[in-house]
Ligand binder design. Structure first.
Ligand SMILES: [Zn+2]
Length: 447
């Protein structure tokens, strides 16, 4: 690990600075900043983006399930995609999970993400046998790829509101909260959090007990993530069974606070958004996946303008690119409001948007990430001097140019805790990993 990294330009919490070096301690944390004194390790360094929501195995599913259902043309939805996802999920072995997750994590690093909250629900083996093997596989894949991990083991109990679990969900479901806590006890050596899957997957009356019992195993402060209000059908079913929306049901079942991160919250009303903000909870948005699945649009611009905390996630991993994720976020709000520059301030669009997602992501992961500043991990994305999107720009508009016209192709190097994991846009063993990944995808997709 290098203990001093100097860049021509650097995005800090105080704005863009020139010719400065980050000084790191032996663990890879930033201790302070000082003049570069002639050293230069790259052109333009920005904080690595925390990826606040991922299902790594779904990387293998991208591009499948896109043919129109001729019996219901134009009616394809999240729910038919979910059937395709279950087919892949039920076939994948631990060895295949390792290959797919490692490729997904390397793809995240190449795409500008330096840490990931892995929302892990593929717990049991293909034959349904329980145990920690799949979770340990994800941890091993993250370690090999070199990405910072917050593992969020998912508690899944029901197959819908007051519905028994379906056979296709057998790898996800635990018999009881105590059974799930047994799994938590067998996972070691990683930052852990908790993920009640959704109110479809966890009855509201179980939530408080789950948080309390899981908390005793995990210990200390930990983030809690949950899918909430992603789909209109979910909202309708929740109303039919409980007479309230998922956000309302959650808010009356637990005390929401800054530990809670609501994933999607797509159909949250203005009043619900105000209550989420007041509670201190964050929202995790996955704009590419939400578009891919036809979920709808969360009123993110209004939420942020009112002081709400947002993070971004690559979720289905159908396309992994932190720059593009932010662009789709911004453009979704433009289309929703028929106005421009929805997240812009006097500093432009790119800086506040990147920093808001970094700051919200750091909260969602519960890690000292998302800022090039003392006390934070040296998780760094270095943009290429020859990046097409930056041509003709200077520090005043670099980040706007990146978010509007750039992509992962503009990334040269990526560091995690001061260790270089991407060099000139490439991770190590890229060809062999890609070959193994392609082989697994072919097996999983074979009919
Ligand atoms: Zn998800």
């Amino acid at each position: 690990m290098q203990t001093r990294l100097a860049f021509e330009y650097m995005l800090t919490p105080d704005g863009i600075v020139r010719d400065q070096a980050l000084v790191l301690d032996a663990d890879g944390r930033i201790t302070h900043m000082e003049p570069a004194k002639g050293q230069c390790d790259g052109f333009f360094a920005i904080p690595g983006m925390p990826n606040a929501h991922s299902h790594a195995f779904q990387r293998a599913l991208a591009g499948f399930g896109e043919a129109a259902d001729t019996t219901a043309a134009g009616q394809d939805s999240f729910w038919s995609w979910r059937e395709a996802m279950y087919r892949f999920a039920n076939r994948i072995s631990p060895e295949e999970m390792f290959i797919v997750a490692r490729e997904a994590f390397w793809d995240m690093l190449r795409g500008g993400y330096t840490s990931v909250a892995e929302f892990h629900y593929l717990h049991h083996l293909p034959d349904g046998a329980p145990g920690p093997i799949m979770a340990r596989t994800v941890i091993a894949a993250a370690r090999e790829a070199g990405i910072r991990l917050r593992l969020l083991p998912v508690y899944y109990q029901t197959g819908g509101f007051k519905q028994p679990p379906r056979d296709e969900q057998r790898r996800f479901v635990h018999a009881s909260i105590d059974d799930f806590c047994g799994l938590l006890r067998e996972i070691h050596g990683v930052d852990l959090g908790l993920a009640p899957h959704s109110l479809r997957g966890v009855p509201p009356e179980s939530l408080a007990e789950l948080v309390e019992k899981a908390g005793k195993v995990i210990g200390g402060a930990f983030p809690i993530h949950m899918h909430v209000s992603e789909q209109q059908r979910e909202v309708d079913e929740c109303r039919a069974v409980y007479g309230v929306t998922p956000v309302q049901l959650l808010a009356r079942s637990v005390k929401l606070d800054s530990r809670w991160h609501l994933v999607h919250a797509t159909h949250a009303t203005a009043e619900e958004c105000a209550n989420i903000r007041a509670s201190g909870a964050g929202v995790v948005l996955c704009p590419i996946t939400e578009a891919y699945l036809g979920d709808g649009l969360f009123a993110a611009d209004e939420f942020v303008a009112a002081g709400g905390s947002i993070a971004i996630g690559s979720d289905s991993n159908c396309r992994i690119d932190a720059v593009e994720e932010l662009r789709v976020l911004e453009y979704g709000q433009r289309l929703r409001s028929q106005k421009r520059a929805r997240f812009a301030t006097a500093d432009g669009l790119g800086i506040p948007l990147w920093q808001a997602a970094c700051s919200g992501g750091a909260k969602a992961l519960g890690q000292a990430v998302g800022a090039l500043a003392p006390g934070h991990w040296a998780d760094i994305v270095v943009l290429d001097r020859d990046a097409a999107s930056l041509r003709g720009h200077d520090a005043d508009t670099f980040m706007d140019a990146l978010v509007i016209g750039g992509s992962r192709a503009d990334i040269a190097d990526v560091y995690v805790g001061g260790q270089r994991r991407v060099q000139d846009g490439r991770t190590r063993d890229a060809e062999e990993s890609a070959r193994q990944f392609a082989h697994v995808v072919m097996r999983l997709s074979a009919t």
